[in-house]
Design a protein around this ligand. Structure first.
Ligand SMILES: Cc1ncc(COP(=O)(O)O)c(C=O)c1O
Length: 380
């Protein structure tokens, strides 16, 4: 396995080391979820350093037994208010993965039923191991309604779970219609907006803001590892539910929580309001890059976000594409089964606010070169 690693942190250009091939290369990076590139923002870095100076290097214990610090409280307050909810509406986890898995494990019991879009993240499926689960084809309202109708009389609690932005195709949930159906059948709605929060919406509150559902969604789940540029996850819900999860969620009881470097997150959250220009730059980059790919007739599917797949289909061909891109100084991942279905292999690219036109032109030129060599365009 050719397991590459980056030597100097996240950025629009990275140095990639590939021990298997004894290679070292400077590449335009199309692999990061650090959409606003806040991992390198001087104010975020300074705040993280201040956090470590003030509180030390680690949290020392799991939240319930002494690892819940002042900065965690500030983080939870800040995120509650970020979503326009009262103090006490947020619970922070160590990862976005556990925000989903640990929350769902604690909430969903044997007389409940989760109704999930098939394309939700693996962490959701892990959290549903103790309950009944119905999966509906991606964004299919007909199938969702059928599942809701079928589950209504059989289960105590029905929870519909969707993503805001889907992580492989970059498309949005049909959230307004899904929300309406959920209410019609007396179910609850959970939205994992890991890729939307900080990036999508006029104020960067994510897809939920875009669909004007900030006050409506029962459980918002998010990560602190993408637009917020650190590590961690959270859920935002009614304070009663948050309080229940604080004591019942296994990760809160049995696993240590984020380190004081998380103080950097407080700054990153503020910057979403203080420096909206990063979102604008990202949106401009997305428009420019997408147009360049479409001009080459590459198949980018139905993306509406900074996640832009270039669909190839065959897994071996996709690996060749990634290899040629790398040779041309562009680092992009190939996504094959089981990340996506067997015939839907693709190069998954994601953009950052700090990509310049030169970086994007380099990437587009590399795709043009690969297209001429391997014929990856739709009508080729
Ligand atoms: C949709 C979605 N939810 C949750 C997660 C997990 O987030 P984290 O990486 O913070 O654990 C991811 C991670 O890639 C994701 O794409």
């Amino acid at each position: 396995m050719n397991f590459r690693f980056i030597t100097k942190g996240c950025g629009p250009v990275v140095e990639v080391l590939s021990p298997y091939y004894y290679e070292w290369k400077t590449c335009v990076s199309l692999v990061s979820n650090d959409y606003l590139n806040f991992t390198q923002h001087p104010k975020v870095k300074a705040a993280a350093i201040e956090g470590i100076k003030k509180y030390g290097a680690g949290a020392g214990a799991s939240p319930l037994i002494g690892g819940h610090h002042e900065y965690h409280v500030q983080l939870e307050d800040s995120l509650s208010h970020f979503f326009g909810r009262p103090t006490g509406s947020c619970l922070v986890y160590t990862t976005g993965y556990t925000a989903n898995s640990s929350t769902l494990l604690a909430l969903m019991k044997s007389d409940d039923c989760a109704i999930v879009d098939m394309a939700v993240h693996a962490s959701v499926y892990e959290g549903l191991m103790g309950t009944n689960t119905k999966r509906f084809p991606h964004n299919s309202l007909v199938h969702l309604e059928r599942a809701l109708a079928d589950a209504q009389a059989k289960y105590l609690t029905r929870l519909v779970i969707i993503d805001g932005v889907y992580s492989q195709d970059g498309d949005f949930a049909k959230m307004d219609e899904i929300h309406a159906l959920t209410k019609q059948y007396g179910a609850y709605l959970m939205v994992d907006d890991a890729h939307g929060i900080g990036v999508i919406g006029e104020r960067g509150r994510g897809c939920i803001e875009l669909f004007d559902l900030l006050d409506e969604v029962d459980i918002i789940s998010g990560t602190l590892s993408k637009a917020f540029a650190h590590i961690g996850g959270f859920i935002v819900a009614k304070p009663e539910m948050v309080n229940y999860l604080r004591f019942q969620s296994r990760q809160q009881v049995f696993s240590s929580t984020s380190t004081p470097a998380a103080v950097g997150l407080l700054k990153a959250i503020d910057l979403i309001d203080e420096e909206p220009e990063w979102r604008k730059k990202l949106a401009d980059n997305v428009a420019y890059y997408k147009q360049g790919l479409l001009d080459m007739k590459l198949d980018i599917g139905i993306t509406a976000s900074p996640i832009i797949p270039i669909k190839i289909g065959d897994a071996h061909k996709t690996e060749k594409v990634a290899r040629l891109l790398f040779n041309a100084g562009v680092y992009a991942n190939c996504i094959v089964y089981p990340g996506v279905s067997r015939k839907d292999a693709r190069i998954r690219t994601s953009l950052m606010a700090t990509h310049t036109r030169e970086h994007l032109d380099k990437a587009l030129n590399a795709f043009d070169y690969v297209n001429r060599k391997l014929k990856i365009a739709k009508d080729a």
